[in-house]
Design a protein around this ligand. Sequence first.
Ligand SMILES: [Zn+2]
Length: 291
Amino acid sequence: MEQFMTRYEDLVRSKKRTLRGYARDLALSGLSLAASEKYLSIPRVQFLYIHHLFIDEEKRLDALMKRLSKHHDFISYNDAVDKILNGSIDKPYITFSSDDGFKNNLRAAEILNEYNAKACFFINPGIIGETNFDKINEFCIGTLDFPPVEFLNWDEVSKLQQWGHEIGSHTMTHMNIAAANTAEITDDMHQTYRILTERCGQIKHFAFPFGRFFHFSEAGRKSVFEAGFTTCATAERGCHINPLTPISGQDLCIRRDHTVLGWDMNHIMYFLINNAKHASVNNNFYPDTFK
Ligand SMILES: [Zn+2]
């Protein structure tokens, strides 16, 4: 039967063992949480990456926003980047982003709007507006390793922009850059940049698919900026503090924390506290393997 997934509890059921193991690993760390919330007052920029917002996660996002607003100012993705590049991080800031362009990002944006929080949505132009279930199913299972979910259409992408959110590139169809050759990467970068600027106006930001360093390459990094993007993001955990000397957009390695609203909120807070506790100027740079 053609059915899109709409509930986080169904996702958990489909991936039961992994998520249970994950929860177990983090259960103990929740214990010391209350004592260490003081680290959240460290001036820094934290990028949160919220992949999906299923129906049963909506209230949790609202609760998380309330909790985060106690310690942080919410700023746009663009302003977050500028603060790092200008070395003007004077208090704790959080910005938001999401990848893959699921239709439920629209609901996430509505909740962010209530807190005057802005996000950058990294989309794959090749799947935006697709409504054929079989194609979506193949893309989700074959490429994303995720159950089938609905995707945004271009009108909804425009709506996000009208609300003040930004749009960024995530390659045409979620390319694993580490497994692609230079010509494939270059072609894709230029194509997505052209399509997105035609559809959405000025486009600055890029986030590479899958997000870990081993999904990226130096050739990929170079082609991002050569195509016209001015920032590049990973999904490696960590926060950003002021660099000791000025840093360029091309050298900045944006780190984002994958955040699943379905997790226990203490687990989400644990990651943020841990990042703040280990804040380092080194997080602004790519590892040496990219030199
Ligand atoms: Zn992705």
